[in-house]
Ligand binder design. Structure first.
Ligand SMILES: *Cc1c(COP(=O)(O)O)cnc(C)c1O
Length: 399
């Protein structure tokens, strides 16, 4: 089976991990800050905090921005569940902003409409989480302007988008957001096995995220309630977690960073190759907007004709050994989200069919989407095979 995504591990990666295994520190050693330094210098963000997953990075980012019970977070429905779950971890509610049809990114127009409505009802969000879906950055400048107008904070979910650029600048520099989070799960652009990071230009946010990553425990005398009793002394000053990244993971992350540009350019080559082939077939790849370079975590195309044709295409490809996938089932359709105890209003709003008119584009997208294989080691003959199956199936449709 050709998978839809796969990590690429070099000999340098393997050597780096082995060096850590032979060293004194498997965790809480020097590798994490070295990896964080490489994330900072790649993105130009002032601060980077590495954690054990992007989900943890989202959770801690929400906490650092003060999200709690009674608050509302908005995100895109076409994302992995983690983009929404982070709100529920904090006891807040979540609601969804519809996507643009051609990019599957959160629609700025729909966002503005929904903000106007929410302002009237006194239900403005505290945090908005735009998702750089498939590796393409959202309209961050516009989202940022709306953030200033309506007073919400912004977390960029860049789980798909390390190595992407917006207006010529690296995603992660937080020019238009408070925090940006990355994922280093093996299907993403670079990997640490499991892992994530939060980037920010705000020292206070970075310190809070770092504190909460490790139990809320500090050894910094300036943050303590009294003079330290001795060199062994530490204080827990908040309720934190163990969300630490190990040195084994961080060493892998550091050497993976050296391959990042190569991985992203290889993904872009594959995407252009597919784009060209699909020009003459009746399938419709997602579009790239101006002023951005995608990291192409996913290559998504759409099969016109609705669910039956989508399912037929998925099945034919799988039968032919192509491990296609669907990113994503709209989050509000998940059984948990249909029953979750959000505030009653919010609950009604999220899942009522009445509200689905607000989420038309997400519904339409889900009935058509298909993610094709894209990863650095994908072979040309495998790409030919994918296109050949798709062209056969589209011929079947025409008959
Ligand atoms: C993968 C993913 C996450 C979660 O990343 P983990 O590192 O697996 O926790 C969050 N958001 C999006 C959009 C993702 O695709």
């Amino acid at each position: 089976m050709i998978p839809y995504g796969k990590q690429k591990i070099t000999e340098e990666d393997i050597d780096a991990v082995i060096r850590v295994l032979r060293s004194s520190f498997l965790t809480q050693g020097p590798a994490v800050s070295k990896f964080e330094q490489s994330l900072r210098s790649y993105t130009d963000a002032k601060h980077a905090v590495a954690v054990n997953s992007c989900t943890s990075a989202l959770h801690l980012s929400c906490l650092a921005l003060g999200l709690g019970p009674g608050d509302i977070l908005w995100t895109s429905p076409i994302s992995f569940v983690a983009s929404a779950n982070c709100a529920l971890y904090c006891g807040a509610s979540v609601d969804f902003v519809d996507i643009e049809p051609d990019t599957a990114l959160m629609s700025v127009e729909k966002l503005e409409e929904k903000l106007q409505q929410a302002e009237k009802e006194g239900k403005l969000p505290k945090i908005v989480v735009p998702v750089h879906f498939a590796g393409q950055p959202c309209d961050m400048q516009q989202v940022h302007e709306l953030g200033k107008k309506y007073g919400f904070s912004i977390i960029e979910d860049a789980a798909h988008a390390i190595g992407a650029r917006y207006q010529g600048e690296p995603v992660g520099n937080c020019r238009y957001s408070d925090i940006t989070v990355f994922s280093f799960h093996p299907v993403k652009i670079i990997t640490t096995g499991e892992g994530g990071a939060a980037l920010t230009n705000d020292l206070h946010l970075a310190e809070r995220i770092a504190l909460l990553r490790s139990h809320g425990v500090t050894r910094d005398p300036e943050k303590m309630s009294k003079e330290p009793d001795g060199p062994w002394y530490y204080e827990q000053i908040e309720l934190g977690f163990n969300y630490r990244m190990t040195d084994i993971q961080a060493a892998l992350g550091y050497t993976q960073m050296e391959s990042l540009d190569h991985f992203v350019s290889r993904r872009n080559e594959i995407a252009s190759w597919y784009d060209e082939k699909f020009n003459v077939l009746s399938v419709e790849p997602l579009r790239l907007k101006s002023e951005r370079d995608s990291a192409y975590h996913l290559y998504v195309t759409r099969i016109e004709g609705g669910e039956k044709k989508r399912d037929y295409m998925h099945n034919q490809l799988r039968e032919a050994g192509v491990g296609v996938n669907l990113h994503f089932i709209p989050v509000y359709q998940q059984p948990y989200y249909r029953t979750v105890e959000q505030t009653e209003d919010m609950q009604k709003e999220c899942v009522s069919t009445d509200n689905l008119k607000w989420l038309n584009n997400a519904e339409h997208y889900y009935a058509r989407a298909i993610s094709l294989p894209i990863y650095p080691a994908l072979q040309l003959e495998e790409m030919h095979h994918v296109v050949q199956v798709i062209s056969q199936v589209t011929r079947d449709f025409e008959q």
